[in-house]
Unconditional design. Structure first.
Length: 548
C-alpha cells in the first residue's frame, strides 16, 4: 500500500499545479458519477401498497411505517403509498389484520356479544343492521363492485292492520373502468328482495356513487316491452351476419376492400290462439235413454179389455271436436336487407415516360354476380320474406388513410433522425470536452505524461512514459531502465521537455546544454573514429585494472 502511495505521489509531483487541479477535478467527477451509478443500481424498487386511501387510514399506515423504519413514498396527495417490493406482501397482511384498510362490516356478528336489558327496539335495530351488513358483504363480492351500502326500510307490523311493504336502497361503488349490465342489476335486486321479508324486487332502488339510477323497476320494463333486450337481440343477429359475410369478402377482395351493413326486421309479438274445430260427418252416440210404459183397462160390465204400451227413447249425439292451442315464437326474422360495397382493383400502369402509376380498375359484372350469390347463401336469403341483397362496386376514398400513413412515416423518419442527431451531438460533445481538456493542459504546461514506476532490484527504477514527446521519439509505452539509455539521448530527451527546462534555473540550463554539447561531440567522434575509440577504451580499462 505504501509503495502504491509513493507511485501516486511521484506521478502527481511531475505535473504543474494547474495540471494537478484538473486531474483532481476529473477524478472527483468520475468518483461522483460512479457513486451515483452504484446508488441508483441499489435503489429499491417501489410498488403500490394501497391506493385510494382516506386520510385517516393513510395516517395510521404512515405512522406504522415510520415506527418500523421502512422506507415509503407518497403519491396522489397522500391517497397512494408505495413501499419496497420485497416488503409489500408482509405489510399488506399486517395492515389488514390491524384494520387500517378496508371497511369493517358487521353482520350477524352483532349478536355474538349480547347485552342484558336490551329492549325490543334495540333487538329489531340490530337485526336490521346485521341483515344490511350481510347483504353488503355479499354484494361486494360481485365482479365490478368495489364497495356498496344497503339501506333497508322495514315498517313495524301492527295487530289487525295491514302493514306497509318493505323497501330497500343500494349504493354501488364500481371499480375504475368497470360497469355492470342490466342482468346483474336485476340479480342484485332479486337477491335483496328474496333476503328481506315483505320486500318486492320493484321496491329495490339501485344507484351508483354519482347518483345515476341503475334500476328502472319491473313495472317500467313490462311497460316498455323489454325493448332493451329486443334491441340487443336484433343487434347481435345483425353483427353475426355481418361477420359471416365479411369473412367471405376478405378472402375474395382482401382486407379493408369491402363494407357490409345488414338491417334485420324481427317480430317480437307474442301470439297465443285457441281453436275448436267440429266435424259434422263424424257423429258419435254419447248416451241413450229408453222409457217404456204399458197400461191395461178392464170393464166388467161391458166385458171390454183395453191394453196399451208407450216407449220413449232419448239418444244423445256428440260431434267430433278438435281443440288447438297455438303459441307463436318471438324474435322471428321477418325481413333482411343487406348492403355490400366492394372496392375495385389497382394495377401498375407504365406511361410513355416510363413512370409507373397505380390505376383503378372496376370489378367485372361476373365478379359482382358471384359475390351476390355468396352473400345470399351466407345470410339465408328468402324471396318469400322480401329479403333484399344489394352489391355495388365503387372506388373507396383512401386519401385520408394515405395522408395518415405519410404523416406517421414522416414522424417515424423525424424521430429516427432526431435519435441519430442526439447521439451524434453526444459524441461530438465528448470529443469537444476531450479537446478542451487537452488544450487546457497544454496551455498550463505541456501534455500530461502518465509515468508509472515499476519496482526493480535495489534502488533501480523503470519509467514508462505515456507519450512520444516526453521520451524523445520513443514508441508509446516503451520501458527505459536504469543506465540502458545512452547519456546523450537522455539529455536530449530532458531538454526537449519544456516543462522540465522551465523548472530549472538559467545556470543549470546552461550546464545541461554544455554537457549535452560535449556528449554530442564525443558520440560524433566515436562514430567517425571507431578504432581510435576502441583503443582509448582498452587503455582506460587497463589503467583501471592496474590501479585496482
Amino acid at each position: 500500500m505504501t509503495r502504491l502511495f509513493n507511485i501516486i505521489g511521484y506521478i502527481f509531483r511531475r505535473y504543474s499545479p494547474a495540471q494537478r487541479v484538473i486531474l483532481a477535478v476529473v477524478f472527483l467527477l468520475l468518483l461522483s458519477i460512479s457513486i451515483s451509478l452504484v446508488l441508483w443500481a441499489n435503489r429499491p424498487e417501489f410498488v403500490i401498497l394501497y391506493s385510494d386511501l382516506d386520510s385517516k387510514g393513510a395516517s395510521k399506515i404512515i405512522s406504522d411505517l415510520q415506527g418500523s423504519k421502512i422506507r415509503y413514498e407518497i403519491e396522489d396527495s397522500g391517497s397512494t403509498i408505495l413501499v419496497p417490493k420485497q416488503n409489500v406482501s408482509e405489510l399488506r397482511l399486517r395492515f389488514i389484520e390491524a384494520g387500517y384498510v378496508g371497511q369493517s362490516i358487521s353482520g350477524y356478528e352483532l349478536f355474538d356479544e349480547q347485552k342484558l336489558g336490551m329492549t325490543s327496539f334495540m333487538q329489531q335495530l340490530n337485526m336490521r343492521r346485521a341483515l344490511e351488513g350481510e347483504l353488503t358483504k355479499t354484494i361486494n363480492h360481485f365482479p365490478g363492485v368495489s364497495q356498496s351500502r344497503v339501506h333497508l326500510v322495514m315498517p313495524e307490523s301492527k295487530l289487525f292492520e295491514g302493514g306497509e311493504n318493505a323497501s330497500a336502497s343500494i349504493v354501488l361503488s364500481l371499480s375504475p373502468g368497470r360497469y355492470i349490465n342490466e342482468s346483474q342489476i336485476s340479480g342484485i335486486a332479486a337477491l335483496v328482495a328474496n333476503s328481506v321479508e315483505g320486500l318486492n324486487a320493484d321496491a329495490v332502488v339501485i344507484v351508483d356513487t354519482k347518483g345515476n339510477l341503475l334500476s328502472n323497476g319491473q313495472n317500467e320494463e313490462v311497460a316498455m316491452g323489454a325493448s332493451s333486450s329486443q334491441w340487443d337481440l336484433r343487434n347481435s343477429v345483425e353483427r353475426k351476419l355481418e361477420a359471416k359475410i365479411q369473412n367471405i369478402l376478405d378472402g375474395i377482395v382482401g382486407a379493408q376492400n369491402s363494407m357490409v351493413e345488414i338491417s334485420v326486421d324481427m317480430n317480437f309479438e307474442k301470439l297465443e290462439r285457441t281453436q275448436e274445430l267440429y266435424d259434422p260427418e263424424n257423429v258419435v252416440v254419447v248416451s241413450e235413454e229408453r222409457h217404456s210404459e204399458s197400461s191395461a183397462n178392464m170393464d166388467s160390465t161391458n166385458n171390454i179389455n183395453n191394453n196399451s204400451e208407450n216407449e220413449n227413447v232419448v239418444t244423445n249425439y256428440e260431434l267430433n271436436k278438435t281443440v288447438e292451442h297455438y303459441v307463436a315464437n318471438t324474435g322471428v326474422i321477418t325481413k333482411q336487407t343487406v348492403a355490400v360495397l366492394i372496392n375495385g382493383k389497382y394495377q401498375d400502369v407504365e406511361d410513355a415516360n416510363g413512370a409507373t402509376t397505380r390505376e383503378y380498375v372496376p370489378r367485372s359484372k361476373q365478379d359482382l354476380v358471384q359475390i351476390t350469390a355468396l352473400v345470399k347463401s351466407a345470410v339465408g336469403f328468402s324471396a318469400e320474406r322480401g329479403d333484399v341483397v344489394e352489391v355495388q362496386n365503387l372506388q373507396f376514398d383512401k386519401s385520408l388513410v394515405e395522408d395518415d400513413q405519410e404523416y406517421f412515416a414522416e414522424m417515424a423518419a423525424i424521430e429516427f433522425r432526431s435519435s441519430i442527431i442526439s447521439k451524434a451531438l453526444m459524441a461530438f460533445g465528448i470529443l469537444v470536452a476531450f479537446l478542451v481538456v487537452r488544450a487546457l493542459l497544454k496551455s498550463v504546461g505541456g501534455e500530461i505524461e502518465l509515468p508509472v514506476l515499476i519496482g526493480g532490484g535495489g534502488n533501480s527504477e523503470a519509467l514508462i512514459h505515456g507519450g512520444n514527446q516526453a521520451t524523445g521519439g520513443l514508441p508509446e509505452g516503451q520501458i527505459i531502465e536504469g543506465d540502458s539509455m545512452p547519456a546523450e539521448q537522455e539529455a536530449e530527451t530532458q531538454y526537449k521537455s519544456d516543462a522540465f527546462m522551465a523548472k530549472l534555473s538559467p545556470e543549470a540550463q546552461a550546464k545541461l546544454r554544455a554537457k549535452d554539447q560535449m556528449t554530442t561531440e564525443v558520440v560524433d567522434y566515436s562514430k567517425k573514429n571507431p578504432e581510435d575509440t576502441a583503443k582509448l577504451l582498452r587503455t582506460w580499462m587497463t589503467t583501471n585494472n592496474g590501479n585496482q
